[in-house]
Design a protein around this ligand. Structure first.
Ligand code: PLP
Length: 444
């Protein structure tokens, strides 16, 4: 559908009258959508004509609770310091979620689905096995809704994750390293069975991928949006949104709003929820988009072609033979989760990329230093896969790489191993270049 400038002026006026909502208003602030070709959109971007809501405009109506802040994360362009020439890579920055990871979506989805179907009772304890981000997100939702929360987590995952969960009121049961991911999953199931707790089943539940299908992240604010004060204008705005832009998940909406087409979507997997849910949506709405799925070289479970044997509830019977410990926390547990397998069975992936040793950490560091984009090791791995894909992609290709979480979650991991807490020689030289307040290192 083509847009005239007068269409846009009307829409812009309506949006400012309505007071705005993050997802929807940003679509209107943007240049005309589907009429733009990729190159004219690129030209508009280059001239500074697009982008976020105006500063000072506000977030939108006040939120009722922190869960409402989940989703609607931004796409951020990666500069040519990292992106190969003639291609465009956007980072989908999931660290904009309230507890700074993609897993906020999952926790919200699981808790809301279980409240709705009655499997989670008021005041019941919620238990889950997690490499950290899910636990933090589940702890947030439990804190907000008044459920006691118990998390099982294997020893090797970063200690800052444990502390964050405890800060949010959860109890953290650390499981031995030797038991790997399957150990922490079995422990959570055992505790749920023994105490009658609600087990989230992030690796098996359909609520996981379905939320990514509906969002990843989509117009989740639309419903609350309809209840705000200037409802008449908002209704009109929403109708216009449907008529002119269509409805659907965030990545597609955001690219459509500047007339761009998604050529490649790049992700890794933990549970496989992001890959399965968002991948299914993308394939349905944009069949030409290529989906690139990445996994660590040390744990190429999919690449091995060996299936995971399952218990009746879909959980793994044992550890996968192709698994070896790897540094990409949150990716690739020692089994193929059911949620992932159901996505693989639909052949959603077009290509697999294997991440070599060291590539994830060095790309995450490069994103921080060159772009100011502070993501974790898995974000570095995904961006590495996106850059490698871009090198081979036709000129003009648009790629989106999922950055699952923030780099701050990795202060005690190899991501920060080369970052000193004390001043180095260069910093000391600066300190000594003026006379006052010089903190000289203590020599033994
Ligand atoms: C840091 C990190 N990266 C990536 C993922 C993968 O997300 P998903 O579970 O949707 O596959 C996770 C999830 O565990 C994660 O914690």
């Amino acid at each position: 559908m083509k847009f005239s400038n007068s269409n846009l002026a009307v829409l812009g006026a309506l949006s400012s009258l309505a007071g705005g909502s993050r997802g929807i208003v940003s679509a209107f602030v943007a240049t005309p959508s589907t009429a733009l070709s990729s190159s004219s959109a690129a030209a508009a971007i280059a001239s500074g004509g697009l982008r976020a809501k105006k500063r000072g405009e506000g977030y939108g109506p006040p939120l009722d609770n922190i869960g409402e802040a989940v989703g609607n994360t931004p796409l951020v362009k990666v500069s040519d310091r990292i992106c190969p020439p003639g291609r465009t890579i956007y980072a989908k920055c999931e660290y904009f979620n309230p507890l700074s990871s993609v897993k906020d979506r999952l926790a919200l989805a699981i808790i809301e689905a279980a409240e709705k179907d009655g499997t989670l009772k008021p005041g019941q304890t919620v238990v889950e096995a997690t490499s950290g981000n899910t636990g933090i997100a589940v702890a947030m939702m439990c804190a907000q809704r008044g459920y006691p929360c118990v998390i099982t987590m294997a020893e090797p995952f970063s200690v800052e994750r444990r502390k964050l969960m405890r800060m949010l009121g959860a109890k953290v049961i650390v499981t031995p390293k030797a038991g790997k991911g399957t150990g922490m999953v079995a422990k959570a199931a055992e505790l749920a069975e023994k105490h009658g707790w609600f087990l989230c089943h992030q690796f098996e539940t359909d609520a996981n991928w379905k939320f990514h299908y509906d969002t990843t992240v989509s117009c989740g604010h639309m419903l609350s949006f309809l209840y705000v004060v200037r409802i008449a204008y908002l209704m009109l705005l929403v109708i216009c949104t449907y008529v002119f832009f269509g409805k659907g998940p965030e990545i597609c909406n955001d690219l459509n709003s500047v007339g761009m087409k998604l050529d490649y979507w790049v992700t890794g997997y933990g549970t496989g929820g992001t890959f399965h849910g968002a991948g299914k949506y993308i394939k349905e709405k944009s069949p030409d988009t290529k989906i690139i799925l990445a996994e660590p070289g040390a744990a190429s479970l999919i690449g091995s072609g060996i299936k995971t044997e399952r218990n009746a509830d879909g959980s793994p019977v044992g550890s996968h033979p192709a698994f070896a410990p790897h540094p990409i926390q949150g990716w690739t547990p020692d089994f193929i989760p059911l949620v992932l397998e159901k996505g693989l069975d639909q052949s959603l992936q077009d290509e697999m990329v294997i991440i070599p040793d060291g590539a994830a950490v060095s790309m995450a560091q490069s994103l921080a230093r060159n772009e100011g984009i502070l993501t974790g090791i898995s974000g570095g791995a995904t961006m590495w896969a996106a850059v490698e894909t871009a090198k081979e992609a036709p000129e003009g290709s648009v790629l989106v790489a999922m950055l699952p979480d923030t780099g701050e979650r990795y202060l005690s991991t190899p991501l920060f191993a080369s970052i000193e807490a004390d001043m180095n020689e260069a910093e000391l030289e600066i300190a000594r270049s003026t006379p006052s307040f010089i903190l000289e290192p203590v020599t033994a």
